[in-house]
Design a protein. Structure first.
Ligand code: NAP
Length: 358
């Protein structure tokens, strides 16, 4: 036996996560993809967002395990933004690393999105809705993500101080430059959405998708936005269906459960006694449906008349598996919906309300 054969036979086995990735062959058998408004774009019922848990404060191997598992189970849409992390930009950088190591062969199967609109870098051109900011930010996002183009580029929020023609014109330029395939808007009010759609149509780059917050504890989209989107032929991808984790059994059991990380965006007072009373009522309904509260919260946003895709966040493969099981369960009886309405309502958790008021 040679020395090299001896050392090879005693070598540590390579952990699965460090082996080259080959996507599961049955990845398109789990569900039907849903058409985004009147466009040719399709999204999975569940999409995965990289806002928290994919920055530099989380183990890269865990992130990679989650994304591989998601793609293997039919989630071909990953949603990012310039400032996801922490720190800002790190989620795109980590995703770029996974793009290079795992997902490059699957680029044509993936729907990747990014956004600009919130604070990213210092000075007047690192925030809000100017052409200068949006186009510079998109270039930086593409570099971090290791891709030539994203599928959807969003204006992350409405900016009342910048002419809407300028913001939407930047989306149109991004598409004409081939740096984005589709244009989207996020957290725009119904009125602002109608204006944005009209401008985009005039420019020849239709807006195909709106990304609003939506959950059983935050139902503002039902007051006109969903109807507007239907009338305008746009699809929707609702974020925060778990109210940043509040809509889960963890908060039924404890007002301060352990979280994967301290989210600056989650105020512990959101788990106040009034809201936990709502959670207890909703969890009881979920139990009757043989679902966890998190599962029912996702299923509910996907019910007929709800959103095209539910954009979820997770910190583990275990959570992802639990949530994946929600996708085939968006069937609710009228009685269930009425019972849910007794507990579901505005709970003071919509931290994006200002953007949709502008
Ligand atoms: P979310 O789905 O409401 O909350 C995700 C969090 O809930 C997870 O991080 C996890 O908390 C917890 N969770 C997930 N599954 C669970 C389960 N089965 N049981 C118990 N807890 C569970 O959404 P989000 O993370 O706030 O946002 C999702 C995505 O939406 C973002 O990544 C981003 O892509 C997008 N988004 C967009 C905007 C916008 O302005 N356009 C704003 C916010 C978000 P732990 O991490 O503590 O485990």
């Amino acid at each position: 036996m040679t020395d090299s054969a001896t050392s090879a036979s005693f070598a540590e086995p390579v952990p699965e996560i460090h082996r080259p990735y080959a996507a599961a062959e049955d990845r398109y058998t789990h569900w039907d993809y849903r058409r985004v408004g009147k466009s040719g774009l399709f999204l999975p019922p569940l999409s995965l967002g990289l806002w928290w848990n994919f920055g530099d404060n989380r183990a890269f191997d865990t992130q990679r395990e989650i994304l591989r598992h998601a793609f293997d189970h039919g989630i071909n849409h990953f949603d990012l933004a310039n400032n996801y992390g922490p720190p800002f930009g790190s989620a795109e950088e980590n995703f770029g690393r996974m793009m290079r190591t795992d997902f490059a062969p699957y680029r044509d199967e993936l729907i990747l999105s990014t956004k600009a609109g919130y604070e990213m870098w210092p000075g007047p051109y690192g925030n809000h809705g100017s052409r200068k900011y949006l186009l510079a930010s998109l270039d930086a996002s593409l570099t971090r993500m290791s891709v030539d183009y994203v599928d959807i580029f969003y204006s992350h929020r409405s900016d009342p101080d910048t002419p809407l023609e300028e913001t939407i014109g930047a989306l149109d330029t991004a598409v004409r430059q081939g740096k984005a395939l589709y244009a989207g808007i996020s957290s725009y009010s119904p009125e602002r959405t109608i204006e944005a759609v009209a401008i985009a149509d005039r420019l020849g780059t239709p807006i195909v998708i709106h990304q609003p917050s939506y959950s059983m504890l935050n139902r503002w989209v039902e007051e006109g936005l969903l109807l507007t989107l239907e009338q305008q032929g746009l699809g929707s991808i609702g974020f925060g269906s778990l109210a940043q984790g509040l809509l889960s059994d963890r908060y039924v059991e404890s007002a301060a459960p352990e979280r994967a990380q301290d989210r600056g965006s989650f105020d512990d007072s959101m788990a106040n006694e009034d809201n936990r009373e709502r959670l207890r009522g909703l969890a009881a309904i979920a139990k009757k449906r043989k679902q966890s509260l998190a599962q029912m919260a996702i299923s509910w946003t996907l019910r007929p008349g709800g959103v095209t895709s539910a954009l979820i966040g997770v910190s583990s493969v275990k959570q992802l598996d639990e949530n994946l099981a929600a996708a085939g369960r968006n069937d609710f009886t009228d009685d269930e919906l009425a019972e849910i309405d007794r507990f579901a309502g505005e709970a003071g958790i919509n931290i994006w309300a200002q953007s949709s008021d502008d």
